[in-house]
Design a protein around this ligand. Structure first.
Ligand SMILES: [Zn+2]
Length: 113
């Protein structure tokens, strides 16, 4: 895969992650101030809120993780090391990079974890 194509895929993925983060934050009763003001009046919403909030935090965590992997992959594109497995240094198949642009291991090494 050439580096322009790789950068394109990564930037598209990064955009997707940012949009997901935004929508999670706006749907979270704790993170979204407007919803909090509306819902806080009713009794019994606190448990519901912390449950939803907890799930949001887990999701946000994994999305932030993914986002930093994408950033790292973008740096790899710049220095020419993108698309190589970090463990065994083989070229990661293009199909895998298209499906998972932030992949830093080949399918075989990823399975070993
Ligand atoms: Zn490998």
């Amino acid at each position: 895969m050439n580096s322009d194509k790789a950068r394109q895929l990564l930037l598209a993925k990064q955009q997707q992650v940012k949009e997901q983060l935004k929508s999670i934050e706006s749907n979270d009763p704790v993170l979204s101030f407007a919803d909090l003001a509306n819902e806080a009046q009713e009794s019994g919403t606190e448990v519901w809120q912390s449950d939803v909030h907890f799930k949001s935090l887990v999701l946000i965590d994994s999305l932030n993780d993914l986002s930093s992997q994408i950033d790292k992959a973008l740096l790899n594109v710049k220095d020419g090391s993108y698309g190589k497995c970090e463990k065994c240094h083989v070229s990661i198949p293009k199909e895998r990079l298209v499906a998972l642009p932030s992949a830093s291991f080949c399918a075989k090494c990823a399975q070993d974890f």
